[in-house]
Design a protein around this ligand. Structure first.
Ligand SMILES: *[C@@H]1O[C@H](CO)[C@@H](O)[C@H](O)[C@H]1NC(C)=O
Ligand SMILES: *[C@@H]1O[C@H](CO)[C@@H](O)[C@H](O)[C@H]1NC(C)=O
Ligand SMILES: *[C@@H]1O[C@H](CO)[C@@H](O)[C@H](O)[C@H]1NC(C)=O
Length: 351
């Protein structure tokens, strides 16, 4: 969805209860080199944006990205945050479609990921390809990049992060206006298969349609995505990625909240429980510094908290390189004080 930025850069960036068995965090699967992560704890945290400035909703990208301030990781982790989502533009990671990862950008990105991971012993990171299922205006496998070109990105990232079990692979941010949802589900299946065959056992976040809509998931993409499997036929560590805002048009572009989304998340929880006891993460949500959001956003996050493990947790949109005037900013003030919305709605619902 649109996340019109305020003053920063003056850029119009658009912004199981699982009964599976798990190995210890350091045990390796005999068939593959990747480390098998532990079950997800209850997660609560924040997006640290910047490497997605300026990604457009049509999947085009300009600029060189902005490094999120590293001091935010110890700042938030000291408050019990245990997950950070770190978006990036696909074009920054592989300047040529289907080509190699740019080592200069990767060093920047990895430095930030490591700062987040090392801010606490149990901190998780979502690496998020912030491209709306697109590259330069065209949809993956629906007129745009081939599945193999997209898979090339993910197999390279898998090699780099498969020994970091607390790195979660956010396969794609906010697919929207897809020509075919079944074709998107097929793309996701191919990516999952390729990532697993490359050896990575990390958690994978699978996004549905309509901007990763939590509301549409049970009826649009969910029935297809629940059938995506690992090469062994199971669905261990395949988690659904959902977004939801609380303003009048569900865009996150307004300071006032009009809903607590509890019915939306109850419907999602029911669907997930009825379809194999699966899990989802709310990786984007947020509200302004307003009384309506202090109340409604707190209620939403409390519902997410209370529905663990079906809802594994959330990452609020957004801190990072956003300035302190952005409409749903949770970037701390320069004096170190947190935003009122953070203090009122998020802190009470951290793990
Ligand atoms: C990421 O940075 C860490 C810490 O410097 C380093 O140990 C690791 O090898 C880097 N990852 C890659 C894939 O280069
Ligand atoms: C998902 O798989 C189940 C079991 O194989 C099947 O009955 C169902 O039709 C599939 N759903 C979709 C949407 O393909
Ligand atoms: C920190 O800065 C914010 C924004 O200017 C202000 O509202 C707050 O009172 C300041 N807090 C302290 C402790 O100085």
């Amino acid at each position: 969805m649109f996340k019109n930025l305020g003053s920063l850069l003056a850029l119009a960036f658009i912004g199981l209860a699982c009964v599976c068995s798990y190995a210890s965090p350091t045990q390796r699967n005999a068939a593959s080199p990747g480390v098998i992560p532990v079950p997800l704890p209850r997660l609560g945290g924040v997006n640290t944006a910047g490497y997605d400035f300026s990604a457009s909703i049509d999947g085009s990208f300009t600029g060189n990205g902005v490094d999120p301030p590293l001091g935010q990781y110890p700042h938030f982790t000291a408050q019990r945050v245990n997950i950070y989502r770190i978006p990036f533009g696909w074009q920054l990671m592989t300047p040529t479609l289907g080509g190699p990862i740019d080592p200069v950008f990767f060093a920047r990105y990895n430095n930030t990921v490591q700062a987040a991971l090392s801010s606490g012993p149990n901190v998780w990171v979502i690496i998020d390809v912030h491209n709306y299922a697109r590259w330069n205006g065209q949809i993956i496998a629906q007129g745009g990049p081939t599945n193999d070109e997209f898979i090339s990105l993910w197999t390279q990232l898998s090699e780099k992060f498969q020994n970091e079990p607390r790195v979660i692979f956010g396969i794609m941010n906010e697919p929207h206006d897809l020509i075919s949802v079944p074709t998107w589900a097929d793309t996701l299946q191919q990516v999952v298969t390729a990532i697993r065959n490359s050896g990575a056992e990390n958690y994978l976040l699978l996004p549905g349609s309509s901007w990763s809509s939590a509301e549409a998931f049970p009826t649009e993409a969910g029935p297809l995505l629940v059938n995506i499997t690992n090469p062994d036929g199971g669905n261990d560590r395949l988690i659904f990625d959902v977004h939801k805002y609380l303003d009048v048009d569900n865009s996150g572009g307004h300071a006032e909240c009009v809903t607590n989304n509890v019915q939306v998340f109850q419907n999602l929880v029911n669907f997930l429980r009825e379809n194999g006891n699966r899990q989802a993460i709310l990786s984007e949500t947020g509200g302004g510094n307003t009384e309506s959001c202090f109340t409604l956003f707190e209620q939403e996050l409390r519902f997410v908290r209370d529905n663990f493990p079906t809802l594994a947790g959330y990452t609020v949109w957004s801190a990072g390189a956003f300035d302190t005037t952005y409409v749903t900013t949770v970037t701390p003030f320069t004096n170190g004080t947190d935003q009122p919305i953070w203090i009122n709605a998020v802190v009470p619902n951290l793990p």
